[in-house]
Unconditional design. Sequence first.
Length: 382
Amino acid sequence: MTGKKIPLVDLKAQYLSIKDEIHAAINKVFNSSSFIMGEEVSRFEKEYAAFCTARYCIGVASGTAALHLALLALDIGPGDEVITTPFTFIATTEAISYTGAKIVFVDIEPTTYTIDVDKLEQAISHRTKAIIPVHLYGHPANMIRIMEIARKYKLKVIEDTAQAHGAKLNGQFVGTFGDIGCFSFFPAKNLGAYGDAGAVITNNEDLAKRISILRDHGRTTKYEHEIEGFNYRLDSIQAAILKVKLKYLPQWTEARRQRANHYRKLLNDLPIYLPTESKGCYHVYHLYVVRTTERETLRTTLKQCGIKTGIHYPLPLYLQVAYRHLGYHKGDFLVSEDCARNVISLPLYPELNELHQQEIARVIGEVLSKYSAKIAVGGIVS
Ligand SMILES: *Cc1c(COP(=O)(O)O)cnc(C)c1O
C-alpha cells in the first residue's frame, strides 16, 4: 500500500505545477479589466488554431455551446436528422435537440468505442444532414471512412473533439477532417480551464464568421445585430488560463500515453479488456477505460483500497429517461449496452506516478485472479 488515496483525476497537482504562471496570467486580465472578448481571447484562439493546424478557432462558453453553434452554422434545424452514437456524454445529443433536429443513433465499435462505420450507411435517410463522430476517451473515430460516406451522401460532419485535444489520425489532428471540430475545456478535460470553456475549429471562413457572430449576440458592431445570437462567449480569464496550459499540453499528452503504456504492461496478462490504439492513430487517453464482467466487485475493492474509479458511461443515451420519446428500446444497440455494463475508468492523469499504478494493478490482479477462469474478457461475446 502507498497509504495515499488515488483520485481518478488530480486537477490540484497540475495547478500547483504551474501556479505562478497561472496567477500572473489572471492578474494581467484583472489589470487590463478586459473581462469579455479581451485580447486574451483572440490570442488564445490564434494559438489553439495553430496547435490544431486549423485556419480558424472561435472560443466559446463550453463544449456544449460549441456543438450547438456548429449545428446552427451548418443550418441544421427542425425536420433534419443528425447521426451520432448513444455511447457518449449527453451534451453531444443535447446540442442536436437544441436546434430542433432529430437524434439518430448508430452503435459503436467495441474496440475503439467510436461510431461503427459499417453500421453508418443503414442509418442514413433522405432527412439526414450531418454526422457527429465522437472521439471518445481520446481515440480518433474512423474519419477516413466517415468522410467517404459523408461525401457520398453530401452530409456535413461535426467532430465532437471534447475528449480528444491533440489526437491524430495518420498525422492529421482530429477536428480538421470534418467541417467543424468542437472542443470542451471543462476542467477535467485534457486541456481544461478553471471553469467552463470551449472552442470551435474550422478551415471554412464562412462558417468561422457565422459562428463568431452567433456566439456574441449576432452582433457585427457593438449595437448592430445581423441575426439573433447567443451569449456563448469564452471568458478572458479562462482564455488566459488556457493559453498558459496549452504550452504544456504536448508534454501532458505524452505523460498520459506513457502511463497508458505502463498500465498495458502491468495488466496485460489479466482477464480484462484494455484500451487499443488503431493503426495510424495517436490516442490522447482522456480516460483509461477497461472492461470486465466483474466490474462491481472490482470497483468496490478498489474503493476500499482508496482508489477512485469512474464509469463512462453507465447507461446508453437512448435508455435515459430524457430520451424515452425517441422510441428506442433495450437491445437496440448491443455493443453500447455491453460497454455500459462493463466499462470502468482507472485513474489516469499526467501526474499519476508509477507506484500508484503498481498498487492499482496489484488490486486488480488480486480481484480478477479469483474469477479468471470464467470471465468473458470485456463482457462482449459477439
Ligand atoms: C465534456 C463533453 C462535452 C461537453 O462539454 P462541456 O464543456 O461540458 O459543455 C461534449 N461531448 C463530450 C463527448 C464530452 O466529453
